[in-house]
Design a binder for this molecule. Structure first.
Ligand SMILES: C[S@@+](CC[C@H](N)C(=O)[O-])C[C@H]1O[C@@H](n2cnc3c(N)ncnc32)[C@H](O)[C@@H]1O
Length: 261
């Protein structure tokens, strides 16, 4: 069995991951278009987690294989559908033959992987000629527009530190042999229910978001106190609105894609 060596420890997060995450329609539409998905496509979901995007893409493709390093995330994914194919494994050492897939995608995974170039080189190896890869991430400007960081400011510092900016991801794709590189903006945020501030007072909800595993108890307690006060006074509403105006301008997340020649 592959050891969950993701520094975040998704084995713990798996039980509540789906409370804050779901496949987003806008992202799915972009995946289908940018990966040129047809009913003959054989796809690979890199770092598939609980399989939300694997299941969505399965509806339009011939097959989708999901791979994740966390056995608990894979078990959750498999429990959703016995017909979907999942495997526990490391994206930097893919257990597939070269030129197997017609497209590959990684949703909110790259920032977790230390050996990013090896990850992308492996993805390129298993793709067929002319097949596309799609990386979904958040730009640094987009992260700075998320209202919840207003209450947990160390979170944005830490998330920016662990996440390459979109331009850097585009360069990484180029360096690892992809061409036809492009960037598209998604206007939704990655975490569902960002619009309900009360949820951040719930430890169970916070535990499903990896940012909170990077914060100290004090950072979290301080943020929750401030948030609770603002909820009580109503001030939270204008804070959220200010940040939402920023998201409307810069987007909530980004897609960076490239083609294997
Ligand atoms: C934020 S979750 C995203 C899950 C899924 N893509 C989604 O959008 O719902 C990040 C996932 O990447 C996985 N992961 C991190 N490092 C990995 C690696 N080296 N190989 C495979 N999976 C990895 C984690 O276990 C986790 O399930």
């Amino acid at each position: 069995m592959v050891k969950d060596n993701c520094p975040i420890g998704y084995d713990n997060i798996s039980r509540i991951y789906d409370v804050s995450r779901a496949a987003n329609v806008e992202t799915v539409e972009k995946l289908v278009r940018l990966l040129h998905v047809s009913s003959d496509s054989v796809l690979l979901d890199l770092g598939c987690g609980t399989g939300n995007y694997t299941a969505s893409l399965q509806q339009v493709a011939k097959s989708v294989m999901g791979i994740d390093i966390s056995i608990s995330m894979i078990e959750r994914a498999q429990a959703k559908s016995p017909v979907l194919q999942f495997i526990c494994g490391d994206v930097t050492n893919l257990p597939f033959n070269s030129e197997t897939f017609d497209g590959a995608f990684a949703i909110q995974v790259l920032h977790h992987v230390k050996k990013k170039e090896i990850f992308l080189m492996e993805a390129r190896r298993v793709l067929r000629k002319n097949a596309y890869i799609v990386i979904h991430s958040c730009s640094h400007r987009q992260m700075q527009a998320f209202w919840f960081y207003h209450y947990f400011p160390k979170g944005v510092e830490k998330d920016i530190k662990r996440t390459p900016d979109v331009g850097e991801i585009a360069s990484l794709l180029e360096r690892t042999g992809f061409s036809n590189i492009g960037i598209e903006i998604c206007y939704h945020d990655v975490v569902v229910a960002h619009e309900t501030p009360e949820r951040y007072l719930d430890k169970n909800y916070r535990d499903g978001i990896s940012t909170f595993t990077l914060l100290t108890k004090d950072d979290i307690e301080l943020g929750c106190e401030k948030l609770q006060k603002d909820i009580a006074s109503g001030a939270v509403e204008s804070t959220v609105q200010q940040y939402e105006a920023k998201v409307a301008a810069v987007g909530g997340s980004s897609i960076i894609y490239g083609r294997k020649n």
